[in-house]
Design a protein around this ligand. Structure first.
Ligand code: GTP
Ligand code: MG
Length: 516
């Protein structure tokens, strides 16, 4: 049996066949030329579409702990209010680690006091002053009671928790020779450099570390992915130590030890000691605010993709036409790529890591990095103002604020970035305010500040002018100075600022694509 071909009954095919049979060679050539022209036009339009739809690329830059990853978290929250839904179990672990780190710092201080008081004072020492290491303590050395020592012993299980959390979160970074993000206790008789900071390489699937372990368990909180009945849950040990941790943190001797070493734990990254009861509760689930406060150092570079909407306000006739074009072109939703890089320098002095790769001109810059840094629409540069009285963890001789200004200078003056919008976030304003209110004198660290008032308004304005002057003097082309005072751990104020920034970047992107 002969099966009818599919085209047998197709009237269009039949008509075309008849038409082609009656075509002259010249007509056929003309038809082909027309068809080619149409194909060419379609291709041209596709290319144009591609150009117009090119994603908006934003790079977050700044020294380590400046707030880059926290700004990224704000982008994630803007993108979706369920941003951290599947990650809460892992963030809970990071927060638990942050708590243990703060406690460890206090216990290290107590060890140092014990060691210092083990030496007899020069008056009673038969061999005199020379046998005694220089003491960082104001005399007399604060006295630890037997109760303090018992407290210390009862908190030892926390260190096992730390090891196990680190293993689960970052098996690959366990050998990273990194000092702590906490205030380095360098002037103590036995300075402890043992508190490695937890860092996660951008390629590590750490956010799944806990989720994977939980699959199939019936006790898992299905909304948050946290298994509260896991017998190995570090939360149990933390909960059992909770009362002792609270006692330690509220102890007057401990507070005076911290003060004597000029350590304000409350200003350090990942500080949760004022929330111990809440964060060590057995059923603790981190809030968005907690996740923003959690500290996890970034290594490498990671790309984050979002579709973000931009509502461009119309204030002029020109902008009205822009808005129409944007709407006609359906460009109100745009693809965004936000790049978060690790800001820490290598511990080898002068050897800069991720950050400075940006400043090396191609082709010396490795090809693998190129896609991240070509065609950048904007750099959000974070400079934490609160670092005015701190030094870098990586290099204790470098003042943090001064370092931020040097980095800003190199970014601003870089000819490769002259087309890129630079948006400066003078960050950690909340900590700056708290420090000034606690009586810390800005002028002690920033000598050029002189006898101006020790207020937030005056100091922040002074620093803004400094950064603006660098921008004006060093930029290879005339550019607008965009600057915001930020506290990126504050979701609502950051939401407003990022909304402005988003609109600005989209507007510039459209201008550059000649759509306006
Ligand atoms: N109080 C306060 N804390 C902040 C602010 N910005 C960031 N932090 C905290 O500072 C710590 C460091 O912030 P990150 O965003 O991890 O810093 P980073 O720039 O990504 O650092 P690296 O990954 O090491 O390059 C985190 O614990 C944040 O919660 C701020 O404006 N105010
Ligand atoms: Mg980071």
């Amino acid at each position: 049996m002969v099966r009818p071909s599919v085209t047998d009954d197709d009237p269009i095919t039949r008509a075309l066949e008849q038409f082609q049979e009656s075509e002259t060679p010249q007509q056929r050539a003309e038809a082909k030329a027309r068809s080619d022209a149409i194909d060419e036009e379609i291709n041209r339009q596709r290319q144009a579409e591609k150009r117009e739809q090119k994603p908006i690329k934003v790079l977050l830059l700044g020294q380590s702990e400046s707030g880059k990853s926290t700004t990224l978290k704000n982008f994630q929250l803007i993108h979706s209010n369920k941003a951290f839904k599947n990650e809460r179990a892992s963030w809970r672990a990071v927060i638990q680690l942050n708590v243990v780190r703060s406690i460890r710092l206090i216990l290290n201080l107590m060890n140092a006091v014990q060691a210092a008081s083990a030496y007899p004072s020069p008056d009673s020492s038969p061999i005199g002053e020379s046998s005694r290491p220089p003491s960082p303590w104001p005399e007399p050395i604060p006295v630890l009671t037997p109760e303090h020592l018992k407290l210390k012993m009862r908190l030892l299980p926390l260190f096992q928790v730390e090891e196990s959390l680190l293993r689960r979160l970052s098996p690959s970074s366990a050998n990273e020779p990194e000092a702590t993000h906490l205030h380095p206790v360098t002037n103590l008789p036995n300075p402890s450099r043992t508190t490695k900071e937890i860092s996660i390489h951008s390629t590590s699937p750490w956010k799944g570390a806990f989720g994977r372990l939980l699959t199939g368990r019936t006790s898992v909180d299905s909304n948050q992915g946290i298994d509260f009945d896991d017998p190995k849950d570090p939360g149990v040990v933390l909960h059992n130590c909770s009362e002792d941790m609270i006692k330690l943190w509220n102890d007057p001797t401990v507070r005076s030890l911290l003060a004597a070493n000029q350590i304000r734990l409350e200003d350090t990254s990942g500080f949760f000691l004022n929330d111990l009861e809440r964060v060590t509760a057995l059923k603790y689930v981190p809030s968005d605010d907690d996740i923003l406060k959690a500290r996890l150092k970034t290594i490498g570079v990671s790309e984050h993709r979002f579709v973000l909407k931009s509502g461009i306000s119309t204030t002029s006739a020109k902008e009205d036409s822009l808005l129409t074009k944007v709407r006609e072109g359906n460009l109100l939703s745009r693809d965004w790529r936000v790049y978060d890089v690790g800001g820490a320098r290598s511990l080898v002095r002068g050897n800069f890591s991720t950050f400075f790769l940006l400043l090396i001109p191609p082709p010396s810059r490795t090809a693998a990095w190129a896609p991240y840094f070509e065609d950048l629409d904007a750099i959000i540069f974070l400079a934490p103002l609160s670092g005015f009285d701190q030094t870098l963890v990586e290099d204790p001789e470098v003042n943090r604020l001064e370092d931020s200004m040097l980095l800003w200078k190199s970014v601003v003056s870089n000819p490769l970035l002259k087309q890129t919008n630079l948006i400066l976030f003078l960050n950690k304003c909340d900590i700056l305010k708290a420090k000034l209110e606690a009586g810390i004198q800005f002028a002690h660290s920033v000598v050029s500040y002189g006898d101006r008032p020790n207020t937030f308004e005056a100091t922040s304005d002074y620093m803004k002018k400094k950064f603006a002057a660098i921008h004006r003097q060093r930029s290879p082309v005339l550019r607008t100075f965009y600057c915001h005072f930020t506290s990126v751990t504050d979701v609502s104020s950051t939401f407003r600022i990022l909304d402005n920034v988003k609109d600005l970047i989209v507007r510039q992107n459209l201008t550059n694509s000649h759509l306006v």
